[in-house]
Design a protein around this ligand. Structure first.
Ligand code: ATP
Ligand code: FE
Length: 352
């Protein structure tokens, strides 16, 4: 099977072609990602209107490039998969309309994909993971633990009740005058810092379950920063490194502590997998690897380009759904909100 995937739910316009021949591991024939960072930079965050316009302008080009790089034509495809949500509605619509256009013109089947399912099924694409496994999705917009038992069988074990951790890294960077995206900057600064100098909270750790909270951490950091400024008129490079290290240690403790709870809540799982930009953080990655190792589980972290937003994961999730018989019609809707453990819409013959 050869599937074209489209992704446009946030600030990356992407198209990719994934193929799986019977009995062989899947292959990513191409994966094109056009970021919009420069467009949103002057505003300090993603502007939905600008994002939607840029997706609509660039998605055709991404499709052309992905097909050319894969060396396939529309006639070689078996289906077109597209992110149908959750995400910024204007962007999701741009992708869905483009996919519908291709399907209407060629007669190819259309398969709508939940963006989160794309992230959650990526370890099967990259590492051939078998169900069931545990997944921590930690990005700029999401944070949740999922038990993944089938292509359409997800159980949410818990997640953030406020900010996503990537968002917290970005806000921390902003508060400390570091550039965006903040994650890599904070990680770099933290390497020279003392995580023990500031005692930041580990919210909800005393409560059962896998829910997390990161917004209080940001407030604690702001207070610590302002106390330093009040005391000596500003913060030094060392202060900044220590603040970053203490912040990162707190996020890391919460993610690892709750990962241990998730492992305990899903006894059949064979592996702990991660996705999302925050999984790029080496300190966090190492802590999660430790949790998996302690529980005798395999630890799987797909290559970074497949952990962050991309269309290969959408093509792959579409391929997996298509193989089970899923088809969507021209009435496929773009959904701004779409919890993963909710029944998929317009699903025909896929049987859960
Ligand atoms: P979505 O939730 O829709 O996937 P997104 O595009 O914001 O949203 P990603 O591209 O997966 O998500 O991840 C980006 C986020 O990951 C940013 O918030 C960024 O700061 C964070 N991030 C990237 N590298 C690191 C790192 N080394 N340490 C911590 N956070 C990081
Ligand atoms: Fe994403």
């Amino acid at each position: 099977l050869t599937v074209l995937g489209l992704e446009s739910s946030c600030d990356d316009t992407a198209a990719a072609v994934v193929r799986q021949r019977a009995g062989c591991p899947p292959e990513i024939l191409s994966s094109v990602v056009r970021g919009q960072t420069a467009l949103h930079a002057p505003f300090g965050g993603v502007v939905p209107e600008i994002a939607a316009r840029a997706h609509a302008e660039k998605i055709d080009l991404c499709v052309e490039q992905a097909l050319a790089a894969a060396g396939v034509g529309l006639g070689d495809l078996d289906a077109v998969a597209v992110t149908a949500g959750p995400g910024l509605i204007g962007g999701v619509l741009a992708g869905v309309m483009c996919a519908k256009g291709i399907c209407a013109a060629t007669g190819l089947p259309l398969v709508g994909v939940n963006h989160l399912a794309g992230h959650a099924l990526t370890p099967r694409l990259t590492d051939g993971l078998d169900f069931p496994y545990l997944m921590l999705l930690a990005s700029g917009g999401h944070c949740q633990f999922l038990s993944v038992a089938g292509v359409e069988d997800f159980t949410r074990l818990g997640g953030t009740i406020d900010d996503a951790p990537g968002e917290a890294f970005d806000k921390t960077a902003k508060l400390l005058g570091l550039p965006q995206p903040g994650g890599p900057e904070v990680e770099r600064a933290a390497m020279a810092g003392d995580p023990g100098r500031f005692a930041f909270p580990r919210p909800l750790m005393d409560r059962p379950g896998c829910d997390m909270s990161f917004s209080g951490l940001k407030t604690a950091l702001l207070r610590a920063r302002d106390a330093l400024i009040a005391e000596k008129g500003g913060i030094t490079v060392q202060d900044r490194a220590d603040l970053c290290a203490a912040f990162q240690a707190a996020v890391c403790d919460v993610l690892a502590g709750k990962a241990a709870r998730a492992v305990a809540a899903a006894p059949g799982a064979r592996a702990l997998a991660v996705a999302g930009g925050v999984a790029a953080n080496r300190v966090i990655r190492a802590a999660l690897e430790q949790v998996a190792g302690d529980a005798g589980l395999r630890f799987v972290a797909p290559p970074l380009a497949l952990c962050t937003d991309n269309a290969a994961m959408i093509a792959w999730a579409g391929l997996e759904r298509f193989r089970l018989g899923a088809r969507d019609g021209m009435d496929l809707i773009a959904r701004p909100r779409w919890p993963l453990d909710e029944t998929q819409p317009a699903l025909i013959g896929a049987g859960k």
